[in-house]
Ligand binder design. Sequence first.
Ligand code: SF4
Length: 372
Amino acid sequence: MPASSPVFLDTPKLLDDPLMRHDPAGPTWSQTLPVSVNDTYGDPFIPEQVDNTIVKLRELRWHRAPIAIFTKAGPDAAVLDKLRSVADVSQVVVFYSLTALDEGGISFDDRVVMIRELRQIFPNTLVFTRPIIRGLNDDPKTLQKFVDVAAEHTGLLVLGGLHDPYKKKKIQRPVEELLVEYCDAAGVKCFHKTSCAGAYIHGMECWVHDLSAPRNLDAVSAMGYEFDIIDDSLVLQQGTTGDINFLRMLCRSDVYIEELKSNYNLLTVPAGDHKLEATSSWFAWSENIETCLDCSYCIIKQIEYLKKMRVRIGVHPTRLPSVVSQHGRRIDLSQFRKTKLRDNPGESRHVYEHVRVAKPCFTHRYPSPEQA
Ligand code: SF4
């Protein structure tokens, strides 16, 4: 794709806000959180969002953990020019959603062009088959097309799914098995979760599956959590699915919650008006905006605090201690009534497997990238 207009970013204005900037005095643990950039409403690589994305990537250049980008954007010469200005891309992992559903009117072929262009800029660009919807894109021919693109352009693929009403990502078992089978036949390394792929690429333990005794307990206290340690697990009296996600990636241990207050990814830390979130694999740093591809299956439009509104989620990870205060207000979860909680009869404690579908880890299924 030929270069077009000169690169112009609205950087100074965005950087007026200290919470957008790297804090050299930020604690070490804050730089080891796997972080996603602009993964709410508003694709990180559309013209309306790309400046914000690039500023965040630049401010994360000292980050020591994988940085995820989730995109379905089509090829745009001006956007690609701007992305070429990102100097440090070593931690960035781009998950490109390839679905054959032509979201936003972008054809399959145009998406393949975008994958090819992105791979030139971000070497760690993967095919992400999310969502797969029964009767629409789960037939063997379409699944094979996804794998063919991965075989030609990325060598790596992550399986995804469609959220059910409980926000569990589901993908039909035979479809999953077929995709793995096709990937194996084509020599494509595939993963069930983005965390497993990010960990494989960066030669590290998977922060969702490779768990042990809790670490970073000083950070758990600094974030305003009250907790116990029982049998090498972190136990909270109350919390959300977001708390489970965040604490697991911070402590790299199992996390239990006695009383699950919400299935949203919001954290219950005392951060006043700041909304902090962690998905199952990533600490979220996002600007939720009014514009995106308007996919028919989009669940973000149903999330009460996001919808199509301008909302800031998260802060630069090094700024986390500065927005959390022992005397700060915790989020009032009673205002969010749409999130569904699943009953787990006979279970007194809530763990990740109760709120999301547990998936096998393929991080260690392949020779490490250095050996491959
Ligand atoms: S409309 Fe929703 S599902 Fe589609 S790309 Fe945007 S955020 Fe993602």
